[in-house]
Design a protein around this ligand. Sequence first.
Ligand SMILES: [Zn+2]
Ligand SMILES: [Zn+2]
Length: 233
Amino acid sequence: MKKCLICDKKLYEEPTMIHTLWGIDLAESDYCLDCLMAFEPLIGPNCLGCGRKVKEEGKVCGDCGYWKKKQVTLLKHQALYVYNEQMKAYMAKYKFIGDYRMARLFQKRMHEMIRQIIKKEKIDYVVPIPVSKTRYGTRGFNQVVPYLPPTPKVIEALKVRKNKGKDQSEKSRQARLHAKQPFILDQEKVKRLKGKRVLLVDDVYTTERTLYHAQARLLEAGATFVTSCSLAR
Ligand SMILES: [Zn+2]
Ligand SMILES: [Zn+2]
């Protein structure tokens, strides 16, 4: 018996009438309707810096206002979904159990968003946020990579600095905010970024730090413009 990949509820083998009516495709048929409906699309108006929902069009949220005052160039981040309980449940299964099949659920929409940003922002290279070697070991893959469209623009130019500290997800929000630069540059690959426009891709935007640390590294490498996107925010 086929089960929902998130909540383990039993599923019908055949696509049901309701699946057809909702326009649910094959990738979504691995999930029950309750799980699918619980994802919350991130609808605007969005903060110009981080993409979270704000009251008025054309504004930045409090956090981004803080970064702006520090003379940091805002990332103009975009995301598809709210990081709600359902998205947390999905991510927990996808990341920690390492079930590659689960990436398919959002693959198409991620590919679309990334292609749109490439076009609109004239992006030369797409750089995924890397995962640490220890995490890579337990999961066997970088969970961001399946969300990237197949294009020669993808370049894994960032690497995680080796340290014996805890994994990001095990640290408290406060500890993450004060974390030191976690990334290093791949010296070979990074040569290509000089004078280029770059899109950073992550699975979830939880704190500003990760992406701004990545942005700082890419600017160091000579990139002229850095923007970012993620599945959830
Ligand atoms: Zn379910
Ligand atoms: Zn913001």
